[in-house]
Design a protein around this ligand. Sequence first.
Ligand code: DER
Length: 253
Amino acid sequence: ALIESAKRAAARQAVADHFDPRATHVGIGSGTTIVYVVEAIKEVATDPTIRFVPTGYQSRQVIIQAGLTPLAFDSLPPEVILDIAFDGADEVDQDLNCIKGGGACLFQEKLVAERARKFVCVADYRKKQDRLLTKWPTIPIEVAPIAVPTVLADLRILGSPNPKLRTTLLEKSGPLKTDQDFFIIDAPFPSLLIAADVAAGKGKGDGSDGTWEVNRLATAIKELTGVLEVGIFSGLNGIEAEAIRQKEGGKTV
Ligand code: DER
């Protein structure tokens, strides 16, 4: 209940601070926190012409169940930029870089995030860490099924000790399929350096000494043949994280 109330608080804060009822196109991410974001938007979105762009099957369902109108990303007129996009994250570092893909929707999430004038990451206190891969152990990577064996081998060469194909529990035996009918590989790496760490000589950040800086690792993985998208979001224009801290006894911890 504490975590749900923290998610709801982060969501309501983010909508109160950033949602403009005059918006015409709004990106809606995936996961559980986004449900609270849509709930809060529903309370203030009076204009029936606003269109909500989903980031996958679940996101579209959340929009429809709230009685809002979805508009598929590939139906967007090419000149249209989204006023704002809201989404969750699995972990957020002090430079507002995010690990995303816990819900296996990272490809459409990145498409939508990069199409928005402002990207608002809504994350409760558990997600906020100094460096990425502190609590969340792996980088989700969307891969063409046929390329899985080579991408697994390539990730080991980049320094991932034990990259794994994501399988589903209970629902279906075998690998999980994304909305693009691709597979997800979860690749563990040691916690990632931020740019300031490299500048301070804490590591080269290019994998040569076992350390990786966020952007360099994201680029190195993205360049592997067979990789569609990497679950590291960084340097997005206007990315703002609403990480609501847990309140204990009325004080912020
Ligand atoms: O998969 C994603 O990137 C989602 O945004 C997700 O990780 C956030 O999920 P949550 O809001 O249920 O924690």
